[in-house]
Design a protein around this ligand. Structure first.
Ligand SMILES: C[S@@+](CC[C@H](N)C(=O)[O-])C[C@H]1O[C@@H](n2cnc3c(N)ncnc32)[C@H](O)[C@@H]1O
Length: 205
């Protein structure tokens, strides 16, 4: 679902860039990757995280994708050309990823799942494209933040079926994505890393 004017203002804001820089550094400290990994970002917005992802994780390939063409146009204006040449920018629906099964080492998703009406389906797509032992680095927000008595009149999100902490954790686990690390404020949101369970772990369970 595309952002309304208020949420565009929130995400296309210098404070958001500072927050993302801190988040990406933290995620890279918690789970560094092998250089040269094949990475996908869903819901990249104007691409503010991409530069930080390149510096922190040194991927071989980074697909930065978003449903909204206007956001991708913004990314072309916002991300410096020397950074953009290391990124493949594409219009992609996070609910229907045009990538093969088990083709990505990493998927990043910052604040995107809660915008997708069938967020479970989108999470299933993340799991599908990840290789075994691949990582999902994510930030998500809960309805207590974006659908409270004030924010629900200002921000636009799918009306029902949004997830709280326990819904997200259960869905990750049901899909075989083990929460490896997280920082969470139960009613507000979560920054986390989930790992697709590998055969080795399944066999020994
Ligand atoms: C809250 S913004 C976050 C943008 C950026 N990741 C950030 O953290 O600043 C959510 C982004 O997800 C995108 N989005 C919404 N629904 C989507 C979908 N089904 N597939 C891919 N992107 C989607 C929106 O266009 C928007 O750019």
């Amino acid at each position: 679902m595309k952002l309304n004017w208020a949420e565009r203002w929130v995400v296309n804001n210098p404070l958001r860039v500072i927050e993302q820089r801190i988040q990406v550094k933290k995620l890279a400290r918690m789970m560094p990757l092998k250089p040269g990994s094949r990475c996908l970002e869903i819901g990249c917005g104007r691409g503010a995280a991409a530069k930080f992802l390149l510096n922190a994780f040194d991927p071989g390939t980074l697909y930065a994708t978003d449903l909204d063409f206007d956001m991708l146009k913004k990314a072309l204006g916002y991300v410096p050309a020397n950074v953009m040449e290391r990124i493949t920018l594409a219009a992609v629906d996070g609910h229907d990823l045009p990538f093969r099964d088990s083709s990505m080492d990493v998927v990043f998703g910052f604040g995107v799942l809660h915008h997708i009406p069938d967020w479970r389906g989108a999470l299933g797509e993340v799991e599908r494209v990840l290789k075994k032992d691949g990582c999902f680095f994510f930030e998500e927000l809960y309805p207590g933040l974006y659908q409270n008595c004030v924010t629900r009149h200002i921000l636009a999100h799918p009306g029902h079926g949004r997830f709280h902490s326990h819904d997200l954790r259960k869905e990750l686990d049901d899909l075989g994505l083990s929460l490896y690390w997280c920082r969470e404020l139960k009613r507000i949101g979560i920054l986390g890393i989930a790992v697709k369970r590998g055969e080795r772990e399944i066999n020994t369970a």
